[in-house]
Design a binder for this molecule. Structure first.
Ligand code: DGL
Length: 267
């Protein structure tokens, strides 16, 4: 059954946890009136340590059920791990426009002056051929040093719950890049996981001033705006989130409210 796009048809933003909120922040700036449902598969968090098959199955299954239930005008996979693994497959099976999140290698290659780019992502993201292809297409002649920093996901989840993250997590991420050959020449770091911009302040302190960070959020917001151009957008109820896992942690409520999410339901 097809549904006409009503003015209050939501944009569905999907991530494994709170990482997609870094994308939501940019979507708010570009499309302040857009109704949004934020979806977190926190029962499946973290994706970055799972197999490709498991991530693909979860993402395709959940997005299928969510699009049936919520009839979004567009779904955004606000997660690099899920996108680099499952974007093509999800686009093949769902009849709704899908915007993915892929590592911002292209803008980083345009920004670097030393020619050496660092990339921080989850273990699953850094091993994807999707990333090899972006590197081949946009960063030929540059050096791209990758490092899997799964504990940054944990740090971002903690930070949004008002908890202090272990400072070792940030220095480990820095070391993982700087200690590779040519790592001392990195001047641009791709935050290839949507959780990481949520701890950018801590990362900036750990890296020092010689490094510029780049992530995909502004590009995604621009893409969503382009795909919804001309459509009426009207928020008739406060935006809300759906989480796949219980129990719901009240400590997250202030951070969700900061991003305009006033209520959480279990999906
Ligand atoms: N936020 C996700 C990403 O952009 C990953 C977090 C996780 O490991 O689940 O890659």
């Amino acid at each position: 059954m097809t549904h006409a796009i009503g003015p209050n048809a939501p944009i569905l933003l999907f991530d494994s946890g709170v990482g997609g909120l870094s994308v939501l922040a940019e979507v708010r700036k570009t499309l302040p009136g857009a109704p949004v449902i934020y979806a977190a598969d926190n029962a499946g968090l973290p994706y970055g340590t799972k197999s490709e098959a498991e991530v693909a199955a979860r993402v395709a299954g959940l997005l299928g059920r969510m699009t049936e239930r919520f009839h979004p005008r567009l779904a955004c996979i606000a997660c690099n791990t899920a996108s680099t693994i499952a974007l093509g497959m999800v686009r093949d099976v769902l009849h709704v426009p899908i915007v993915g999140t892929v590592p911002a290698i292209k803008p980083a290659a345009a920004m670097t002056e030393t020619g050496v780019i660092g990339l921080l992502g989850t273990a699953a993201t850094v091993r994807q051929t999707y990333v090899d292809n972006l590197q081949a297409e946009f960063a030929t002649g540059k050096r791209l040093l990758r490092h899997a920093a799964p504990r940054l996901v944990e740090a971002a989840e903690a930070r949004l719950r008002g908890k202090e993250a272990d400072p070792e997590i940030f220095s480990e991420a820095v070391k993982g890049l700087r200690e590779q050959p040519d790592g001392d020449r990195i001047d641009t770091v791709v935050l290839a996981c949507t959780h990481f911009p949520l701890v950018q302040e801590e990362l900036a302190k750990a890296f020092g001033p010689a490094v510029t960070f780049v992530d995909g959020a502004t590009g995604i917001a621009r893409r969503i705006a382009a795909l919804t151009e001309g459509q009426p957008l009207e928020r008739i109820q406060p935006d809300y989130a759906v989480f796949t896992g219980e129990p719901l942690d009240q400590s997250l409520s202030p951070a969700l409210a900061h991003f305009g999410i006033e209520r959480v339901e279990i999906f």
